[in-house]
Design a binder for this molecule. Structure first.
Ligand code: S3P
Length: 746
C-alpha cells in the first residue's frame, strides 16, 4: 500500500545525480527537488540546451556536462539514459570512486542492464538497484518534465540477490515520495511481464501499420481507417529509436511471448478458415471480459483487489421509513449453479435473472477459463454453450475465485474428477476459510486434494483420478459440502449418498433434476448415480431472499414502512428469515405465489411493526444461515432479549459473523454478548458511530440497515465487498428510503 508521503522536512539523501535529462530523468529530478527530500539535485546531459533548460525550469539545482564531475559526493545516481546507452555510462561509473553511492536506473528492460552491471561494477554491484517506472507521455525532452508524472503509476524495482537492503530502501522511498506504487520483482519476471504487456503490443502496432502502408503505397486506404485502426495503432506513433533499443535489449523475452502469440494467431486463422464460429466466440467473449476486468484494475476499482483497495466507507444517516416496490438481484446460490450445470450440459442453456455480482462472476470466469463459451451477462441474461460432463479443458493458470466460498467448494467436487490439475485461490477472506470439510470426503472418494496450512486455500486438485462413490454423513449442515459431493458423484463409480444433520438449501438437487438428471431425495438423504447426462435447459433465477432479507428487516424496524419485494425465491430451505421475523412479531405477507423453473417464488409485502425478542429455534438456523447479521440488527431493535444458539457455522463465513457483529453492535451502544455458538442481544437504543465491515458484504449491509433506528450517523468501513452479492444495494436503498451512500458521494 502507498506509504504516507514523506514530508519536505525529512531529508532522504544529500546529493542526487540524475544522468540523462529527458522526460523520465527530468520528471524524477523535478519531483524530488520540489519535495525537498534531497539537499541537492544535480543533472548531467550531453546536450547543452537540455542542461540550460533544466536549470531554468527548476528541474535541477545545477548541471554538469561531465559524468565524473557530476558524481563527486553523490549519494544516489539515477541513470535515465536510453537503454542502449546504459552500458557506456555504467562502464564510466565503474572507473570512478563513488564511495557508498547508490546507483539505480529507469531502463524499460532489466536483463541487459543487469548483465552489464554485473560485468563492470564488481564489488559495487551490491549498491545497484535496477528499476523501471511504468509511466510516460507522448511528449519528450526536459521541457516536458512533470513532477507528478509517476503519481499512482507503478514502479518496478528488481533487486539482485546481493543488493544491500539500505540501498534498496533509499530507492524505494524516493519513488514513494513521488507517490508511485512501488513493487519488487525478479529481473526475469519483469522482462517477461513487460515483453507481454508492452513490447509485444508495440511490435504489433508498428508491424500492422507498416504492413498496410507497404501494401498501399499511395496510403489511400488510411482515409477509411477510423475507430478500430486508430485505437489499435495509437502506439505506433511512439519514438522509433527508443523502441528499437528496447527490442534489442529484451530480445529473449520478446521472442518467447511473440512465439506464443503466433500460435494463438494461427489458431484464430484456422478458426476463420474453418468457419468455426464457436471457437471465435470463445476467444472474443473471453477477451472482452478479460479486458473489462483489467480496465477496472487500472481504474482502481479492481474486483480482484476489493479486499485491498482503498477503504470504501458507507455513511448511513439516522432515521427513515421505507416504501415502494423493488426487485433485488438474482439468487447467488442459484446463479452459481446455473453456470456450473449449464457448462456441463449438452446444448445451450439460457439463464435469466443471473446475479451480476462478483461471486457469481468468479464462477462464470472459472468456466470460461476452462474453455466454456459463455455469452453475457447482459441485463441478467447469460447464454452458456455447454461442453458436456467431459468437455472441460485445463485452465491456463490458477483459478482466482475472489471472495466466493461457494465457487471454491462446489468446484472442488467437479474438479476432483477432471483429467487435469487445477489450483484455486481467493482473496484474504476466502484464504482463511476451512476447506477440509470438502477435501476430506473428496479424498475418501479417491480424489487428490492439496490444501494450504490447516486446510485453508489455495486448493490444488490433481487430475486423472478415478473416483468411487461415497455414502457420507455430513458433520455440519452445509449445502456447499452436500453440493460438492453430489457434483463429484456425477463422475464417481456407484451411488453417491449424502445425509445431512439438518435440511440445507436444495438448489443443486432441484437444478440437477431441471437438467434431466435423476436425484433421489428422501428426508435428510440425497443420492445420485453417475453415468447420466445433463440436458441444456432454460433457467429463471428468482430474486435472492438473502438480499431481500436486508429490506425485510429494514421495513420491519422502521415505523410506518410498507414495502413490496418482487419475485423473491421462497424455497422452503431458505425461508428461515421470514419465520424468525414472524416469531418476533413481523408482518410479512406472501403474495402472488408461483413456481418458476422448479423454484417457488412470491412477492413479499412487509410492514413496520414493534418487534419483540425471542429464543431463535435451532432448527431454523440452517434455513436462515446467511441472514443472521441483519437479524441481529432486528434483535437490537426489538423489545427484550433475543438468544441465538447452535450457529457456530457463523464463525467461519466471510468473516466471524458472531464476533464482528457483536463488536459493531457494542460500538453502537447495543448490549450483547457473543457465545461460542451464538449471541445474546438486548434490544434497546442504537447509537451512531464507527463500525467495520471486515470485507464481509453482509456485515456492511446489516449496519446500513441499523441506521434506520440509530440516533446518529453510522460510518461503516471496508464495504467494497458488497459488490460480491448485491452490486446495486446503495441505489435500491436510496429508492426505498434508507439513507446510506458512499462517503463523499450523495
Ligand atoms: C451456500 C451455502 C451456505 C451459504 C452460502 C451459500 C450455497 O454455505 O452460507 O452463502 O450456495 O450452497 P454453507 O454450505 O457453508 O452453510
Amino acid at each position: 500500500m502507498v506509504e504516507a508521503v514523506v514530508k519536505a522536512a525529512d531529508p532522504i539523501v544529500g546529493r542526487l545525480v540524475v544522468v540523462g535529462l529527458g522526460l523520465i530523468g527530468g520528471s524524477f529530478a523535478k519531483g524530488l527537488r520540489e519535495s525537498g527530500v534531497c539537499r541537492e539535485v544535480v543533472g548531467v546531459d550531453l546536450d547543452a540546451e537540455s542542461r540550460r533548460q533544466a536549470v531554468a525550469l527548476g528541474v535541477v539545482d545545477r548541471c554538469e556536462a561531465d559524468l565524473a564531475v557530476a558524481c563527486v559526493g553523490a549519494d544516489v545516481i539515477q541513470l535515465a539514459v536510453p537503454i542502449l546507452a546504459m552500458e557506456k555510462v555504467l562502464a564510466v561509473l565503474a572507473t570512478l570512486d563513488l564511495g557508498r553511492a547508490v546507483i539505480t536506473d529507469v531502463g524499460s528492460a532489466k536483463g541487459n542492464v543487469v548483465r552489464e552491471a554485473q560485468r563492470v561494477l564488481g564489488q559495487r554491484l551490491a549498491r545497484f538497484v535496477p528499476g523501471h517506472p511504468i509511466a510516460g507521455s507522448e511528449q519528450s525532452g526536459v521541457e516536458a518534465s512533470n513532477a507528478a508524472l509517476f503519481r499512482r503509476h507503478k514502479v518496478i524495482l528488481t533487486p539482485l540477490a546481493n543488493t544491500e537492503s539500505d540501498a534498496l530502501q533509499v530507492v524505494d522511498r524516493l519513488w514513494r515520495v513521488l507517490e508511485a506504487d512501488v513493487e519488487h520483482m525478479t529481473v526475469e519476471r519483469h522482462d517477461e511481464v513487460l515483453a507481454a504487456t508492452s513490447h509485444l503490443p508495440h511490435l504489433l502496432a508498428f508491424g500492422l501499420v507498416d504492413s498496410l502502408a507497404k501494401r498501399n503505397e499511395n496510403l489511400e486506404i488510411f482515409r477509411y481507417a477510423a475507430g478500430g485502426f486508430r485505437d489499435f495503432t495509437r502506439i505506433a506513433g511512439s519514438d522509433p529509436i527508443m523502441w528499437h533499443d528496447i527490442f534489442l535489449a529484451n530480445r529473449e523475452a520478446v521472442l518467447r511471448t511473440l512465439d506464443t502469440f503466433r500460435s494463438d494467431l494461427d489458431a484464430l486463422r484456422d478458426a476463420v478458415d474453418a468457419g468455426d464460429g464457436h471457437q471465435l466466440l470463445g476467444v472474443f467473449t473471453r477477451a472482452k471480459v478479460a479486458r473489462e476486468h483489467f480496465s477496472t484494475i487500472l481504474a482502481r476499482r479492481a474486483y480482484v483487489d476489493a479486499m485491498n483497495a482503498n477503504d470504501l466507507i458507507f455513511l448511513a444517516q439516522p432515521g427513515g421509513r421505507l416504501s415502494g416496490r423493488i426487485r433485488v438481484p438474482g439468487d447467488k446460490s442459484i446463479s452459481h449453479r446455473s453456470i456450473m450445470l449449464g457448462s456441463l450440459a449438452e446444448g445451450t442453456t439460457e439463464v435469466e435473472g443471473f446475479l451480476e455480482g462478483e461471486d457469481a462472476l468468479a464462477t462464470l470466469q472459472a468456466f470460461r477459463d476452462m474453455g466454456v463459451v459463455i455469452e453475457g451477462p447482459h441485463h441478467g441474461r447469460v447464454t452458456i454453450h455447454g461442453v458436456g460432463l467431459h468437455g472441460l479443458k485445463p485452465p491456463p493458470g490458477p483459478i482466482y475465485l475472489g471472495n466466493s466460498g461457494t465457487s471454491m467448494r462446489l468446484l472442488s467436487g467437479l474438479l476432483a474428477a477432471q483429467p487435469f490439475d487445477v489450483t484455486m485461490t481467493g482473496d484474504a477472506s476466502l484464504s482463511k476459510r476451512p476447506m477440509n470439510r470438502v477435501a476430506n470426503p473428496l479424498r475418501e472418494m479417491g480424489a487428490v486434494v492439496e490444501t494450504g496450512p490447516e486446510g485453508r486455500p489455495p486448493l490444488t486438485i490433481r487430475g486423472g483420478q478415478t473416483l468411487k462413490a461415497l455414502d457420507y454423513k455430513l458433520p455440519m449442515a452445509s449445502a456447499q459440502v452436500k453440493s460438492c459431493l453430489l457434483l463429484a458423484g456425477l463422475y464417481a463409480q456407484g451411488r453417491t449418498t449424502v445425509t445431512e444433520p439438518a435440511p440445507t438449501r436444495d438448489h443443486t438437487e432441484r437444478m440437477l433434476r431441471g437438467f434431466g438428471y435423476a436425484v433421489d431425495s428422501n428426508g435428510p438423504v440425497a443420492s445420485l448415480t453417475s453415468g447420466g447426462t445433463l440436458r441444456a435447459t432454460r433457467i429463471e433465477v428468482p430474486a435472492d431472499i438473502s438480499s431481500a432479507a436486508f429490506f425485510l428487516v429494514a421495513a420491519s424496524i422502521a415505523e410506518g414502512s410498507e414495502l413490496v419485494l418482487e419475485h423473491v425465491g421462497i424455497n422452503p430451505t431458505r425461508t428461515g428469515v421470514i419465520d424468525i421475523l414472524r416469531l418476533m412479531g413481523g408482518d410479512i405477507a406472501l403474495e402472488n405465489q408461483r413456481e418458476v423453473g422448479g423454484e417457488p417464488v412470491a412477492d413479499l409485502r412487509v410492514r413496520g411493526v414493534k418487534l419483540k425478542g425471542i429464543e431463535i429455534p435451532e432448527e431454523l438456523v440452517p434455513l436462515a444461515i446467511d441472514e443472521f447479521p441483519v437479524l441481529f440488527v432486528a434483535a437490537a431493535c426489538a423489545e427484550g432479549r433475543t438468544v441465538l444458539r447452535g450457529a457456530e457455522e457463523l464463525r467461519v463465513k466471510e468473516s466471524d459473523r458472531i464476533q464482528v457483529m457483536a463488536d459493531g453492535l457494542i460500538a453502537l451502544g447495543v448490549k450483547c454478548e457473543p457465545t461460542p455458538d451464538g449471541i445474546v442481544i438486548e434490544g434497546g437504543i442504537i447509537g451512531g458511530g464507527e463500525v467495520h465491515g471486515h470485507g464481509d458484504h453482509r456485515i456492511a449491509m446489516a449496519f446500513s440497515v441499523a441506521s434506520l433506528r440509530a440516533t446518529a450517523p453510522i460510518r461503516i468501513h471496508d464495504c467494497a465487498n458488497v459488490a460480491t452479492s448485491f452490486p446495486n444495494f446503495l441505489s435500491l436503498c436510496a429508492e426505498v428510503g434508507i439513507r446510506v451512500a458512499e462517503e463523499g458521494k450523495s
